[in-house]
Design a protein around this ligand. Sequence first.
Ligand code: ZN
Length: 132
Amino acid sequence: MLETITVTTHSRNEMVEITSKVKEIVKKAGVKEGICVLYTPHTTAAITINENADPAVAHDITDFLNKLVPHGAGYKHAEGNADSHIKSTLVAPSITLIIQGGELVLGTWQGIFFCEYDGPRTRKVYVKIMEG
Ligand code: ZN
């Protein structure tokens, strides 16, 4: 079974929390113990897990990456979005989660975020759940 989450972004750089959407898919799958793989098939986006209690954390991460990898800093890529590709590789397009007792194993302060680096766009996150 392969599920798809559609994410609509509104800025060039943005972290969008998708935790509740992933939890819904895990619940619907009815798997008690297993693995949940999230994968985004885009070269200028990523997926990460971090604090969702204080929204400032996601803003700080995005701001820091913008300083680390500035837009238009003399890259060779002709499309003009080399910074977006570099951020996608630094953060990574996939994460793996553990399912235990029918629930995702996440820390109290952890949320799952889709990371946009060349928005605004409509994006996809694939969700693959395996029992075991
Ligand atoms: Zn490009």
